[in-house]
Design a protein. Structure first.
Length: 364
């Protein structure tokens, strides 16, 4: 019996007493990952301390994690299912890719690999046992979810005392839950796009997908069974950063669950902390918000090892797409009718266009 397996029963005893994972980790000098592993296995078997108390440490370990047949393993090695779980979260990785890699490695040792169906069944058993804590919907660096926070922040003019409102833009990388927050003076198109530009700079890269809500500043039309029509400036920004903008369906918060969940955490972790402070400018508020954001990203997870920042920097950042050399510059698109003098007017200025466009509407 391996030394770390001897701790399983003691871990379960402490858990049954209601002692936190952090305290157990300190007491037994073991990782929180191991503690969660024992906790999840016991829950899946519906074990209680009354069941476990009469078992030896070895019996308890075998109950939680039954040993496979050594002879079969020597003849037909099994894949590392925990490694499979992690690899499947990477972009483009599926079970077939992993099976092909596994088969090649096993054959190189002169042994027989599992058939593809056996390989999948073996992994599915692992998932079934641990499904309470596993989430496969998030792949590394696959998408960014963005939204506005509903709660406004007050900005007080230092000279007049007039109060205006600022609005928080929130963006989340679902895999690491790494988050970006910025206060804007309004939720209009220019600030919406500038917030995205600043977000990309903060993350240091882009993802293939960008998931916004159906805001009018970004989405003109989103028919259920047809192509989405994006605002032209928003589409141009997406093209510039080579991201596909895929809005959620109307009234479907599950389409971007990470940012929806983050909004609530941001409200309590940032807005609630700043509710008694008075800000005289958006810039001043953003300085304080950035400090709170850094603390928010550095805070350890309760049900997962590490923090948002640690997982982002160690596991996700390297897979982000590189940014263009220059940041995108916001552009406003409008329709104008070409006059008989083949000119269009914009912002009190006149611009000439080819005469064949007379009386036609053109984009400017």
């Amino acid at each position: 019996m391996k030394q770390y397996e001897e701790k399983y029963k003691e871990i379960f005893r402490y858990l049954s007493l209601g002692i936190s994972r952090n305290e157990i980790s300190k007491l037994l000098k073991t990782s929180r990952k191991t503690i969660r592993k024992v906790e999840n296995a016991a829950e899946s078997l519906r074990l209680t301390w009354n069941d476990a108390s009469s078992m030896t440490s070895e019996e308890f370990s075998d109950k939680l994690f039954p040993k496979s047949n050594d002879d079969n393993d020597n003849l037909q090695p099994k894949p590392d299912r925990e490694m499979m779980y992690l690899e499947l979260q990477r972009p483009g990785v599926n079970k077939m890719v992993l099976w092909q890699e596994y088969s090649k490695e096993v054959r190189a040792t002169g042994k027989i690999p599992l058939q593809y169906s056996q390989f999948c069944n073996y992994f599915n058993q692992y998932i079934e046992r641990n499904k309470a804590t596993m989430h496969f919907e998030h792949k590394v660096a696959e998408r960014i979810e963005v939204d506005w926070v509903g709660t406004a922040v007050s900005i007080v003019d230092e000279l007049t005392g007039e109060v205006s409102k600022g609005y928080l833009f929130v963006a989340t990388l679902p895999y690491s839950q790494y988050t970006y927050v910025e206060l804007m003076s309004d939720m209009k198109q220019e600030n919406w796009i500038n917030a995205h530009i600043n977000m990309f700079e903060y993350f240091g890269g882009t993802t293939p997908l960008l998931i916004p809500d159906n805001l009018k500043t970004g989405v003109i039309k989103h028919p259920k069974n047809d192509d989405v029509i994006l605002n032209k400036s928003y589409q141009e920004m997406g093209d510039y950063y080579d991201v596909a903008i895929v809005p959620t369906f109307v009234r479907s918060p599950k389409g971007k669950p990470s940012v929806e969940g983050t909004v609530g955490k941001v409200t309590s972790s940032i807005i609630a902390r700043l509710r008694k402070e008075e800000f005289h400018s958006i810039k001043e508020a953003n300085i304080k918000i950035r400090k709170c954001l850094d603390e928010f990203n550095a805070k350890s997870f309760q049900k997962r090892d590490g923090s948002r920042k640690e997982i982002f920097e160690n596991e996700e950042k390297i897979f982000l797409r590189p940014l263009p050399k220059e940041s995108y510059e916001f552009a406003v698109w409008k329709k104008a009718t070409v006059q008989y003098n083949y000119h269009v007017a914009f912002d009190k200025m006149y611009y000439s266009v080819p005469y064949e466009y007379i009386k036609q509407k053109v984009d400017i």
